[in-house]
Ligand binder design. Sequence first.
Ligand code: GUN
Ligand code: ZN
Length: 440
Amino acid sequence: MADRAIRGRVLTFRRAPAGAGDAGSYAFLPDGIVLVKDGRVEAVGPTASLLPRLGGAPVDHFPDKLILPGFIDTHIHFPQTQVIASYGAQLLEWLEKYTFVEEQKYADAGHAARNAEFFLDELARCGTTTACCYGSVHATSVEALFAAAEKRGASMIAGTAIMDRNGPQALLDVGKDSVAASRDLIKRWHGKGRQRYAVTPRFAITSTEAQLAACGALLHEFSGVYMQTHLAENPEEIATTRRLFPNDPSYTSVYARAGLLGPRALLGHCIHLDDSEVALLRDTQSVAVFCPTSNLFIGSGLFDHARLAANGVRIALATDVGGGTSYSMLQTAAEAYKAMQLQGQTLSALAAFDLMTRGNSAALGLEAEIGTLAPGAYADIVVLDARATPAMAHRMETARGLEDELFVLMTLGDDRAVMQTYIKGKAALIPRRGLPPATP
Ligand code: GUN
Ligand code: ZN
């Protein structure tokens, strides 16, 4: 017998939509049920056909609300919850003035533990059930995050930031070779419960050539470990990188030569790339991570989605909090749409919702586990209300079908549109506005 049933308007994607109107890219049940057993999706189908299988399982019924796989954020900084919304600087100054200052506080295990709880609460409030997280340089930061996530049953990918130059001494001198410290963390956490490790050289500027090479070697010691870093975000960053690595033909080649690129490599930003760099990303099947709120807020530039997609580069979407300005993947999709509009490109609501769920899970190679509601996937689920605010409800009076509703949700929605978030089939939020008595 199922442990729980979640009933409402069920939507899950099968493949990347070709564009607006591609009804073959998703499955939609106007009145459907997701049956959950042992934390996973047991079955999904029309209510009429699944009702007889319910037995005595409690039913969380959300009439008129959309039930989707939980959102996946492919690039976010856990120690930047108190950096978000810092005024008036572009990347290198922003790092020095705000970010490096704040991240030093994560040497304190108590600070890290408190902020890990805040961070995971905030993700859940926004309907995000998996995130690829940068820690600070301190093992304490990632220990705290993994421990808190594992207690909640939430699947996280994380790693300590690795740096050995061009930062404050307190971040460079963490008492131990930081690549060796990452190895210890991989042994402790990679594959423990739902947690996975990402080797995280911060970016080329803050690592020596030797440290990047050591990160590349570490990656090849383990299977399934990810690599995350920043690439080609800002012109001054690129010029500095070229000065520090004069023998490399490009910024991307610095990472390629260190053995850091590949199908599990997540490269934040990828804004200012030449054709050879785009080809390197494609040939190594690396993932370019689109961080629209951050690209706009720090004034870095516009991610050229159409160019990268046309060249066969894999693309994911992310908030990049605290350079990014919202934890909400809905708001992130809205800013992605605007950044693409400025370049004569478009992002359909179907493409955006696919990207936030199945598309991002495919970028992580985790499609069988998260990002869809296929039987066997974890029951990580978000319930959305397109009438969550007066402005949304008013606009919904003129909505023309499902795709219009999704576009309203991504353009006007944020954490207020999230009615409930389930992690492994368990309600993670106190239900809002007296909505269904979600069974604990
Ligand atoms: N490049 C190196 N570190 C960072 C960071 O913390 N945020 C962003 N947006 N870019 C970076
Ligand atoms: Zn970042």
